[in-house]
Design a protein around this ligand. Sequence first.
Ligand code: GDP
Ligand code: MG
Ligand code: K
Length: 279
Amino acid sequence: MANKIVALAGNPNSGKTSLFNELTGANQSVGNWPGVTVERKEGHYRKDKSVIIQDLPGIYSLAPYTPEEVVARNYLLQERPDVILNVVDGTNLERNLYLSLQLMDLGIPVVVALNMMDVLKKQKKEINLEKLAYGLGIKIVGTSAVKRQGIDEAIETAIKVADQPAPQPITYDPRLETALKEITSIIEGKNLLSIAGRSVTPETERWYSMKLFERDAQVLADLALTSAEKKEIDEIVSITEKIIGDDSESILINERYDYITKLVKLCVISQEDFKLTLS
Ligand code: GDP
Ligand code: MG
Ligand code: K
């Protein structure tokens, strides 16, 4: 059997390195990502050496603005790991899930390690993991990297999910979805200039369509499109901006945050709230 590659992705301070150290023990090597002074850590799962674990730099989004974002994004797009283990700080759920939704659009299987469970317990907060998993359409495992809880279950779930299809993306405002479909019909099968032999596939077309909707310059430059096709995409984006009444980047940000806000309301129970209601 071929090696499986599990990429650890998440916000800064979500617990990626703690989890990575627990998973790999002494089986790790440290270097730098090409061209930048961002540390690159790779290792093998201590219980199954055929599983390679890649620690990615901490990021808040897959935008191409910081060196960390560029490294993480290029790695995910170009290397395409078998599965992403998304480390989420459970005490900062909204902000962390904003990245999770973007990771889910890459067409790569995703499992969430909902970390800091021990802190949540101390704060008398409870997250309904089943509801959250259902709302996102992916598997979630509660972990505490410092208490060494849930860690093997998280990686073993990821290894299983690596053989399954990528998550169904969340469906947003129908006007946005229409625009994305129209962009997809223009770019499907198009050549990716940065990766030899690679083109836009059914798994990756949603991600590329979303990035073109956001007018992501890197993606626009990477796709072999004619000027007529570029113009057509620009018109789709402009019309949708007019209809919804916002710029395209904000439209996507708001759609993601609206979805997360609703979901978190349904899933987070604070015992303090209970006491207040009962008294
Ligand atoms: P990274 O930036 O994602 O690599 O996060 P780190 O692994 O460096 O963790 C950031 C901080 O959170 C460190 O002080 C860790 O000891 C702490 N930490 C990580 N996971 C947990 C956890 O599950 N519970 C608690 N209480 N602290 C944690
Ligand atoms: Mg780290
Ligand atoms: K190509």
